[in-house]
Structures are given as C-alpha cells and as structure tokens.
Design a protein around this ligand. Structure first.
Ligand code: 5GP
Length: 185
C-alpha cells in the first residue's frame, strides 16, 4: 500500500496494518467457531469501532447483523470521565439475541462498563466484548473481554479507526503521534 500522507505526524507505528489484519482474521475464526449455529448481532460503538467492525464481520462466517450506538463520554481532550450519554441508541431490539459489542480500545473501561449495564438490562441471550486494543495499566473497572486483539502501553494511539481531534482514523496502522501534533491543537 502507498505510504499515507499523514505519516509525517507519526512518531511510531505500534501495530502494523498486516499484524492487525492477521489478528482480525484470527478473531473472526474464533468467533465463527464459538457462535456456530447461531445468528450474531455485532454492536459497534461509534465512531472508532467502524473500521474494526467492518473488517471483523468479513471474517465471521455466520449469519450476522450489525447495529451501532453513539455515546459521548464527558472526558476532556484525551481522557475519559466515565460519565456517558447515549447519543444514538440501537435500532434493533436485542432481547434474546446473541450480542457481541465491538470496541476499538478499552482504556479505563468506564465507557464500556456503562454501556454493558445498559445492554444487559435489555436481556440479550448472551453479551460479550470484542476489543481490538486494551491499555491494561489504565483499567479502573473489571471487564471480561472475551475477544482481544492487542495490549498497548499507556500512550494515546491513533489509526485504524482511532482519532485525534477527528483526524487520523484512516491511517492503516496503530500509531503514536509526535508531541508537536498535540502542541498545535
Ligand atoms: P474508557 O472509558 O475505556 O477510558 O475510554 C474508551 C474510549 O476512549 C475509547 O472508545 C476511545 O474512544 C477513547 N480512547 C481511549 N484511549 C484512546 C487512545 O489511546 N486513542 C484514541 N484515539 N482514543 C482513545
């Protein structure tokens, strides 16, 4: 693939596009096995999870639907506060459904634990999490993540769906930005 014109802002590539693709394929195969014979509903958390959800679902060989939630956490800048507001709820009724929530990254875990409480109350047949990335050193609540891509260090990452100030989601790799990019904001 041609090098992204965004690369001059990147300090370091943490996870390359090909490593991501291999992992997503592997996760898709495991999910296909685990949910064999079932119909799966993938729930993406807007907007960061859009890219991983799109790649993941093409690696799941089962009848499968998608739905999205949009939430805003009242965090400032690059950290989350755990106070979450649902901006867009699911279109589907998830009662009795097998629901797999797909997240880009779990940091403190506060956003997802709030979301899970809301989804669990609707009585799905099952409710599990698939997260591409996790920052274990930052976790503030216990979360059982059944399908996990990679652990990353406590650094703000962008690319493959993850943004900084709305930009960089289209970088194919998971990257750390140069400090001067934040200084400019
Ligand atoms: P949590 O509630 O787990 O602390 O925060 C989760 C959300 O914060 C993620 O879905 C993501 O939107 C955002 N987030 C956390 N860490 C990062 C990061 O390193 N980079 C980016 N771009 N967003 C992050």
């Amino acid at each position: 693939m041609k090098m992204s014109s965004l690369m001059p802002d990147v300090k370091e590539v943490l996870i390359s596009s090909s490593e991501i693709q291999d992992k997503v394929r592997e996760l898709g195969e495991i999910i296909t096995r685990d949910y064999s014979g079932e119909r799966l509903l993938l729930v993406g958390v807007l907007r960061g999870a859009v890219i991983v959800l799109g790649d993941l679902m093409r690696n799941i060989d089962l009848p499968c639907e998608i739905d999205f939630m949009d939430i805003s956490s009242y965090g400032t800048g690059t950290s989350s506060s755990g106070v979450v507001r649902i901006l867009k709820d699911l279109e589907e009724d998830i009662t009795g459904r097998h629901v797999l929530v797909v997240e880009d990254i779990i940091d403190t875990g506060l956003t997802l634990s709030y979301l899970l409480r809301s989804l669990q109350a609707r009585k799905p047949a099952s409710l599990e999490i698939c997260a591409l990335l996790t920052k274990p050193s930052r976790r503030r609540v216990e979360l059982d993540v059944k399908y996990l891509g990679f652990e990353v260090p406590d650094e703000f990452v962008v690319g493959y769906g993850l943004d900084y100030a709305g930009a960089y989601r289209n970088l194919p790799d998971i990257c750390v930005l140069k400090p001067e990019v934040f200084a400019k904001a």
